[in-house]
Write a protein that binds this ligand. Structure first.
Ligand code: M6R
Length: 611
């Protein structure tokens, strides 16, 4: 995700802003920039690494002791200098993290007023709106930002400066973090604590709906209606490395806990409950392309392949489309029957996995429509595809994919709803019910993580020395079994296998004895009774049974299992979003107990750009 830094005080601030941005580099970015108030707004922006911005500043230094800086990880508009932040409209400069949901609507309004946009970003809209509001007689920057925020829907951490009030920064927060740092006769703001630590350890974390006016002397915080708000001051003891991980021991754990927020960002602005469908403005497939879809292929590798397996159920049951799921590395090396009439959905967190790229290219060459589900805007996969559906999970730093799995699942569910409404396979009432459940899913995830974190840490201690672990599941829980096994093996180096529970009798049952932990994913769905029989069979072989279920079935499983953990019931189609969470936690805590390099496990790369 993007990074924000702001400074107001007595010192020259260019190097302070640059230093702050460097401390946010670990989050990933594709362009950077800063704006300093020095009589007017002075702007420097560059694509690529911060060293490019540093070189630009060395060539053309800027004086001034109040300013804002930003590292951008593209979400709307490809990485480019024009799309880099800050966005400046005459004497106003804005940096923003998050997504404005109604940016298209506001862009149309501004363009109809004759405003010319100079970027593809949603953020530029805020710069124009603040500028317009400031021009109304007597408006202060605080009032102008407040007025602007009333017109904007979505998530934001925002910092705004104007040369009309050279020693003021206005900041605001909604669903994207923003922290104030209190120095000696100087104030800072940042999207993350590490950016502040070389100046101060006294901070205030803003809450959603907060708006603050900061000057060298301190901060005045209020709500969007102008009512003063008091937030507690905290003294941070973390080292800067701990601060990068948000206080978590590893990025993997941080990213597991980020999932509710990541899911909110994936859903943001896409659900259309009134029309019982999903907004189509970014899917990139026009009505005639959609009408021609006869069959869907889902292509991916690794964890993304597991989300594709979940997606197949969605495509079949909601869109009523025939759907093949393929490992990209296999697909591209066969003679697949693919061509016009096929919609190929290539799924890749990075958008750079070579096998997925090559498989998508092959399908495209043969006349299929290609739609990318990816987390990285402007990635190679996004560029070569006819349409792009971004997961907006934010950068995933841990090699083991966690938040990108759940956001891919959500993306596939949304696309299946969308296609189902087009094919007529899905009724408006069923679509509306799914959309309603989707909006509740982030909160259910939060609750699951809070309820199961400690129990999974305790379970992991007991099984950290297992040699093998078997994961079983049916239906939508089968890909979750595969994903649980993959997570465990990649971070803990324990041999783990995921199986369709119905396959157990066809071989894997031979492995089960009193030494073998068997983790069964069995939410109360229409497979439940059959999975229960599998559990009975595993128990008869003295396996160590761990069940992951829904709370309405906990009692049924308790008599058969050594341990039972439950998530809240939801629509059966959404259960993977919850049942995968305890498995991610289990893998993480086993690895941590074994002392492996959790974030960078041996032999693995985050992005596999070779065959
Ligand atoms: O970037 P991609 O989604 O294309 O990556 C695919 C796999 O390399 C990736 O999911 C890998 O399996 C992860 N390490 C799993 O945690």
């Amino acid at each position: 995700m993007c990074g924000i830094i702001g400074y107001v005080g007595a010192k020259p601030c260019a190097s302070i802003l640059l230093d702050g941005l460097k401390r946010l580099e670990y989050r990933g970015y594709d362009s950077a920039g800063l704006a300093i108030v020095n009589g007017r707004i002075q702007l420097r922006r560059s694509v690529g690494k911060l060293s490019n911005l540093e070189a630009l500043l060395a060539e053309a230094p800027i004086e001034g002791s109040a300013g804002i800086g930003h590292t951008r990880w593209a979400t709307h508009g490809r990485p480019s200098q024009a799309n880099a932040h800050p966005h400046v409209v005459e004497d106003v400069a804005v940096v923003h993290n998050g997504i404005f949901e109604n940016h298209m609507e506001l862009r149309n309004v501004l363009e109809s007023q004759g405003v010319r946009m100079s970027s593809d970003t949603d953020t530029e809209i805020a710069a124009h709106l603040v500028h317009q509001a400031l021009n109304r007689e007597g408006a202060s920057l605080l009032e102008a930002v407040r007025e602007t925020l009333k017109r904007i829907r979505g998530s934001y951490a925002l910092a705004v400066v104007t040369s009309r009030e050279p020693q003021t920064i206005i900041v605001a927060k909604n669903a994207s973090p923003l922290v104030l740092g209190f120095g000696e006769d100087e104030m800072l703001c940042a999207s993350d604590i590490p950016a502040l630590l070389s100046h101060t350890r006294d901070i205030i974390q803003l809450e959603d709906g907060d708006l603050a006016c900061i000057t060298a002397g301190g901060a005045h915080i209020e709500d969007l209606n102008g009512r003063p708000v008091v937030r507690p001051m905290q003294h941070i003891e973390w080292s800067s490395v701990m601060a990068e991980k948000g206080g978590y021991k590893h990025f993997m754990l941080k990213e597991i806990f980020e999932q509710p927020r990541a899911l909110e960002d994936t859903l943001r602005g896409r659900l259309h409950p009134e029309a019982a469908t999903i907004h189509d403005y970014e899917i990139g497939l026009g009505p005639s392309a959609l009408r021609s879809v006869q069959r869907v292929y889902l292509l991916a590798c690794g964890t993304s392949y597991h989300s594709a397996l979940v997606g197949r159920d969605y495509m079949e049951s909601l869109a009523r489309l025939s759907c093949n799921v393929e490992l990209a590395s296999e697909f591209r090396n066969r003679e697949p029957v693919v061509g016009p009439g096929d919609l190929v959905i290539a799924i890749s967190q990075s958008g750079e996995t070579l096998d997925t790229l090559m498989a998508a290219r092959l399908a495209k060459q043969r006349g299929a429509q290609v739609l990318a589900i990816t987390n990285v805007l402007g990635s190679a996969l996004a560029r070569m595809s006819d349409g792009q559906f971004y997961t907006h999970a934010g950068p995933e730093i841990g090699v083991a994919s966690t938040k990108c799995f759940t956001t891919q699942v959500a993306a596939l569910l949304m696309l299946s709803i969308f296609l189902g409404r087009h094919t007529g396979g899905l009724t408006a009432s069923r679509a509306a019910a799914l959309i309603e459940q989707l909006t509740k899913a982030p909160q259910l995830m939060r609750q699951t993580l809070a309820d199961l974190n400690e129990p999974m840490a305790n379970l992991a201690k007991r099984y950290a020395h297992a040699r093998d672990v078997l994961f079983l599941g049916r239906g939508l829980s089968y890909p979750i079994a595969l994903e649980g096994a993959l997570k465990l093996k990649e971070v803990s180096y324990i041999h783990a296998e995921g199986y369709a529970a119905g396959e157990m009798k066809h071989g894997p049952i031979a492995l089960i004895d009193e030494q073998m932990p068997v983790i069964i994913i069995a939410p109360k769905d229409h497979h439940f009774d059959k999975t229960l029989s599998n559990l009975e069979e595993a128990k008869a072989r003295d396996g160590q049974l761990v069940a992951i279920t829904t709370s309405d079935a906990k009692a049924d499983l308790a008599r058969l299992s050594n341990d039972v953990f439950s998530v809240e019931p939801t629509d059966a189609l959404l259960s993977p979003l919850l049942t995968v969470l305890p498995l991610q936690l289990f893998a993480y805590y086993v690895a941590d107990a074994k002392g492996t390099d959790v974030d960078q496990p041996r032999n693995l790369a985050k992005t596999v750009t070779v065959e």
